[in-house]
Write a protein that binds this ligand. Structure first.
Ligand SMILES: Cc1cc2nc3c(=O)[nH]c(=O)nc-3n(C[C@H](O)[C@H](O)[C@H](O)COP(=O)(O)O)c2cc1C
Length: 257
C-alpha cells in the first residue's frame, strides 16, 4: 500500500510558505489550548506523549495553543509559559518528541488580556471594564511598550528549544484581538481609535521578531454582522498591513480609519 508521503494527492504534496519554509504536506493541527501544563508553565509527560502521537500521524504542522509570555495573563492555569525563567530543557524535550516524523511543532503565543483566568491571573485589557462577567484593569502604556520584546523573547526561546515556528494569537477575544476591537478598545492614545492604531500593537509584535522566519498570525478582524463598506474597508486595510508585516514588504496605500 502507498504510504502517505508517496501518494500524489494534493493534500500530501509539500507546501512552500511565503516565509520560505516548506511544509511536508498540507495537514495542520490547529492551535488547541490543552491544559496539560504542570501549573508552573512547564510541559508534562502526558503532554509530550500527546504531541508525539500527533506527530506519528504524519501531519506537517502541529500547533500548541496558548503558550504564554508571562504567567500573569494566562487563559488557563494549565497553559505553558515560556520566558527567561523557564527550564528550557523541559521545552526541548517537548519540541524533540512533538517534531518526530518530520512534523513542525509550533507554539501559539498568547496573552489573554481582559480575559485572563481571574483566579490565577491579572486581567488587563486595552480599556478597564467593570461589567458582570468582564472585570479588568487598563493596561498601561509602559506595559504595552514591553509587550513586543516579550513576544520576541518567547519566540527566540522557542527557536532555541527546537520548535519549528510560532503563531501569534490575535483572535478569539484575547489581548491582541481586544486591541483590534473597537468594542474592547476605547483608548485615546496611539493604540486606540482608527484601525491603523488598533492594530499597532499586533504589528509591533510581528515586527519584533522578523528575524525569525516562521511567524504565522491568527486574527479574526472585527466586522459587524451586517456587512458595511466601512468595516470591509477596515478589514481589507488590516489584511494588507498584516501581509506586509509578515513578509517584510513596504508599500504605500490607503489608510483606513
Ligand atoms: C478544545 C479546543 C481548544 C482550542 N484552543 C484554541 C487555542 O488555544 N487557540 C486557538 O487559536 N484556537 C483554539 N481552538 C480553535 C481551533 O484551533 C479551531 O480553530 C477550531 O476548533 C475550528 O476548527 P475545526 O472545525 O477543525 O474544529 C480550540 C478548539 C478546541 C476544540
Amino acid at each position: 500500500m502507498e504510504s502517505l508521503s508517496q501518494t500524489r494527492e494534493p493534500l500530501f504534496k509539500p507546501l512552500r510558505l511565503p516565509c520560505g519554509l516548506t511544509l511536508n504536506n498540507r495537514i495542520a493541527k490547529s492551535a488547541m489550548s490543552d491544559s496539560l501544563g504542570d501549573g508552573t508553565g512547564h510541559p508534562t509527560a502526558a503532554q509530550i506523549r500527546l504531541y508525539q502521537r500527533w506527530a506519528e500521524g504524519g501531519l506537517a504542522v502541529s500547533i500548541i495553543g496558548e503558550v504564554q509570555l508571562t504567567s500573569g495573563y494566562a487563559e488557563n492555569p494549565g497553559n505553558l509559559v515560556l520566558n527567561e525563567a523557564s527550564d528550557l530543557e523541559r521545552f526541548r524535550k517537548l519540541a524533540q518528541h512533538g517534531s518526530e516524523n518530520g512534523t513542525g511543532l509550533w507554539l501559539q503565543l498568547g496573552h489573554a488580556g481582559a480575559l485572563a483566568y481571574a483566579p490565577t491571573s491579572n486581567p488587563k485589557g486595552p480599556t478597564a471594564f467593570n461589567l458582570q462577567g468582564l472585570r479588568c484593569a487598563e493596561i498601561t502604556s509602559e506595559e504595552i511598550r514591553q509587550l513586543p520584546s516579550q513576544f520576541a523573547t518567547t519566540a527566540r526561546l522557542a527557536q532555541k528549544a527546537g520548535f519549528g515556528g510560532v503563531q501569534i494569537h490575535a483572535a478569539h477575544g484575547f489581548l491582541l484581538s481586544q486591541f483590534l476591537s473597537p468594542l474592547f478598545n476605547k483608548r485615546t492614545d496611539g493604540y486606540g481609535g482608527a484601525i491603523a492604531n488598533r492594530m499597532r500593537l499586533l504589528l509591533e509584535a510581528i515586527g519584533s521578531k522578523v528575524r525569525l522566519r516562521q511567524v504565522w498570525t491568527r486574527t479574526l478582524l472585527p466586522r459587524t454582522r451586517k456587512a458595511s463598506p466601512c468595516c470591509d474597508d477596515q478589514a481589507s486595510y488590516a489584511d494588507r498591513r498584516l501581509q506586509d508585516a509578515c513578509t517584510g514588504r513596504r508599500r504605500g496605500g490607503k489608510r483606513c480609519s
